[in-house]
Structures are given as structure tokens and as C-alpha cells.
Design a protein around this ligand. Sequence first.
Ligand SMILES: [Zn+2]
Length: 109
Amino acid sequence: MSTASQDLDPETCKRLGDQLIRLGDMMGDGLHLEPDGKWISREYRQVAKALGYIKKEDRSARITEINRLMDKRTAQVKCRKCDGKLKQTRSGAKRAKCHKCESLWQLLK
Ligand SMILES: [Zn+2]
């Protein structure tokens, strides 16, 4: 298993970690809700992303969304070659395979 944080050198990782805590404290005080405090939540998100915290969550949310859309599409669309039923190739994939002739179809962009 590899996360983005493992790609960072320990020093950067520590610096970002300290920064995240500091920003988290400020958000705990509600400073990010102030009119000029928008940068705090923005920076918090950037730092969390750099540390690999947010990326993982985003990815699984995106996959869930893709699967939901693909469920809908495969229910509506049939194979254009043989009219067979289409099935998503794998979780998170935007392509579906016909269960009869095994043609692949791109169902989402
Ligand atoms: Zn087919």
C-alpha cells in the first residue's frame, strides 16, 4: 500500500503535519469562518492533500459516483452490436462489457 505521504521526505512531512495542526487549531477557533479567513480552509485542504489525507477519500467518493452512474447507464443502454445486456467491467470503470458478444462500450466520459 502506498500513500502520497510516503513520497514526501520526513522533513516536509513533519512541516506539513505541523502546519495542518496549526490550521486545524485556527479552524477550531472558527477563524476560517471570518470574512478574511477563507485562505485557512483552502490551505488546510491543500496541506491535507499534500499529505495524502484527502486524495484517498476523494477517489472512493468518485468511484461510488461512477458506479452509481454506470448502474443507471447499463440499465438504459444495450449492446449496439447484439442488443445484449451490458455490465460494468469493474468498479470505478467507465466502460461496460456485453455479456453476449463481449464488446466493450464506453458509457461515461
Ligand atoms: Zn453484444
